[in-house]
Design a protein around this ligand. Structure first.
Ligand code: ADP
Length: 442
C-alpha cells in the first residue's frame, strides 16, 4: 500500500472516529431530552396540576397551577364545561372533544398531531376538568434531526476528508517522483547533469530536492574529476612508459657493458621520477579544480609566509641566478598555506628554469586595493605575446624539451586554479628576450 493511500486512510479513519465520538457525546448529553416521552410528560404535568387544584372559600384558586410546562399546555374547566383557566395554546380551547378521563388520545389541531389527556378532580360539591395537550412530534423531531444530520453530514465529511487528503498527499508526494526520476536517470543512463530542480511544492520536499541537487552536483564533479584525471594520466604517462620499456629492452641486450646498463637505469629512474611528479601534480590540480578536497582557509600574515617560502626554496639548478625579495611587512590575508606555498614554488621554479644565466629574480608582495599582490619577476627568455594566454592551460609548454627537467606543463594551470580558489586571479606581463613578471592577486 502506498504512503499516499495509507496517509489518506488514516486521516479518514481518524475523522470517522472523531465524528462518532462527538455524536455519542452529543447523544449522551441530550439523552434526557431525547428519551423524554411527550405522552409521559403530558400525563405527569396534568396529574401534577390535578394535585395542585385548590378551592378557597368555594372559589377556584389557580395560584399554584402551571398551565404551560415543558411543551405541555393545560386548561381547566368546571364540571359544566366552563373554561376557568387556560394556557395560551395552539387552539385547544376551541377543541370540541368530549372529556374522557385518564386516557391518552390523539387529536389533530391545525394539521398537527397532539396527544390529549383529561383528568377530573372531584371536590364533593363540584369538580374540575384538566385537559392537557402536547405535540406528538415533540421528541421525534429532535431525534429525526440528529439522524438526518448523522446520515448526511458524516458521509459528506468522510468523502471530503478522503478527497482532500488524497489530493494533499498526491501533491506532497509528487516531488518524490521527480527526485526518483532524477536519481534513476543518473543511475541508469549515467546522465550526471540531471537535477531535480523543484521550484514548487511542500517546504520539506524543496529542501530535500536542494539536498539531492547538491549531492548530484558533487557526484558530477567527482565523476568528471575522475574521468579527466584518468584521461590526462593515460595520455601523459604514455611517453615516459614507452621510454622506460624501450630502455628496459636496450638494457636486456647481452652485449651491453655495465656502464650502458647503469645509463639505462638512470634513464628509467629519471622517467620514473617524472611520472611520479606528474601524477602528484595532476592529482593536486584535479582536486582543486573539481573541489573534491577540502582546503581550509586561515587568516594570517602573508608577508612572513612568502618570505619563508622564498627562504626555503631550493632550485634544481640555480645557474648563477640570484633571488631577491621586496616584501611589504604586515600584509594579512585569508589563504590556505599548502596551496600558497605551491604558488610560490611553481613561480620560482619557472623563474629559475626560464631565467637568464646569472640573472635576477625579484619576489615582491604589496597591498593593492584591499588585495594582496604577489609578483615574481625574472629577466629570462620571456613569453611570446601569442602564447601568453596559452601558458595557463594544462600541459601547454612552449618547448617541452627545454631545461634538464622538461616539466609537465601543469605548474601555471595550478597557479591559476589556486588564485581563483582564493577569489583572486593570476596574470603575466612578459616581453620575449627581456623577462616575465607573474602576478597573483588574492
Ligand atoms: P612547465 O614549466 O612544467 O613546462 P608550466 O605550466 O609551469 O609548465 O609553464 C607552462 C609554460 O609556460 C612553460 O612550458 C613555458 O613555456 C612557459 N613559462 C612559464 N614560466 C615562464 C617564465 N618565467 N618565463 C618564460 N616562459 C615561462
Amino acid at each position: 500500500m502506498s504512503a499516499k493511500l495509507r496517509l489518506t486512510l488514516w486521516f479518514t479513519l481518524m475523522v470517522f472516529i472523531l465524528a462518532a465520538m462527538v455524536l455519542v457525546f452529543v447523544l449522551v448529553i441530550n439523552s434526557a431530552a431525547i428519551t423524554d416521552d411527550p405522552a409521559e410528560r403530558l400525563v405527569k404535568t396534568v396529574l401534577r396540576n390535578a394535585d395542585d387544584v385548590e378551592f378557597d372559600n368555594g372559589r377556584f384558586d389557580w395560584e399554584e397551577l402551571e398551565p404551560y410546562r415543558r411543551g405541555v399546555y393545560c386548561s381547566f374547566y368546571s364540571t359544566a364545561g366552563e373554561l376557568l383557566l387556560a394556557a395560551e395554546d395552539p387552539g385547544m380551547t376551541e377543541l370540541s372533544l368530549p372529556f374522557e378521563k385518564n386516557i391518552i388520545r390523539t387529536v389533530n389541531i391545525g394539521g398537527q398531531d397532539y396527544f390529549c389527556y383529561d383528568s377530573y378532580v372531584d371536590m364533593d360539591i363540584t369538580g374540575i376538568w384538566i385537559r392537557g395537550l402536547v405535540s406528538s412530534s415533540d421528541r421525534s423531531g429532535l431525534m429525526h434531526t440528529i439522524i438526518v444530520l448523522t446520515c448526511t453530514l458524516l458521509p459528506a465529511l468522510m468523502a471530503l476528508t478522503l478527497g482532500g487528503g488524497w489530493i494533499i498527499a498526491l501533491d506532497a508526494f509528487r516531488p518524490m517522483e521527480k527526485i526518483l526520476a532524477a536519481a534513476d536517470s543518473i543511475s541508469d543512463g549515467g546522465d550526471l547533469t540531471a537535477r531535480v530542480g523543484l521550484k514548487r511544492g511542500p517546504t520539506e520536499m524543496r529542501r530535500l530536492s536542494r539536498a539531492f541537487d547538491r549531492m548530484f552536483a558533487r557526484l558530477e564533479l567527482s565523476f568528471n574529476a575522475e574521468r579527466q584525471f584518468a584521461s590526462d594520466a593515460s595520455h601523459e604517462l604514455r611517453t615516459p612508459i614507452t621510454v622506460i620499456l624501450a630502455e628496459c629492452d636496450r638494457a636486456k641486450r647481452k652485449d651491453k657493458s655495465p656502464e650502458d646498463f647503469l645509463a639505462s637505469i638512470a634513464v628509467i629512474e629519471e622517467q620514473g621520477k617524472h611520472m611520479s611528479e606528474l601524477v602528484q601534480q595532476l592529482l593536486g590540480l584535479t582536486r582543486i579544480q573539481h573541489g573534491t578536497d577540502r582546503y581550509p582557509m586561515r587568516r594570517s600574515d602573508l608577508s612572513i609566509f612568502v618570505e619563508s617560502c622564498c627562504g626555503e626554496f631550493m632550485p634544481h639548478d640555480s645557474r648563477g641566478i640570484s633571488l631577491e625579495t621586496d616584501i611589504k611587512p604586515g600584509i594579512e590575508a585569508d589563504f590556505n598555506p599548502a596551496l600558497m606555498s605551491r604558488v610560490v614554488q611553481n613561480l620560482l621554479q619557472n623563474a629559475y628554469k626560464y631565467g637568464r644565466e646569472n640573472g635576477h629574480i625579484l619576489v615582491g608582495l604589496e597591498q593593492r586595493g584591499g588585495r594582496a599582490l604577489l609578483r615574481v619577476r625574472d629577466d629570462g627568455i620571456g613569453i611570446a605575446p601569442e602564447d601568453q594566454d596559452k601558458i595557463w592551460q594544462r600541459f601547454w609548454q612552449a618547448d617541452a624539451s627545454r631545461g634538464e627537467d622538461g616539466g609537465s606543463g601543469l605548474g601555471l594551470a595550478m597557479v591559476k586554479e589556486i588564485a581563483e580558489f582564493h577569489g583572486g586571479r593570476a596574470s603575466v606581463d612578459s616581453e620575449p628576450g627581456k623577462g616575465s613578471t607573474f602576478m597573483v592577486e588574492i
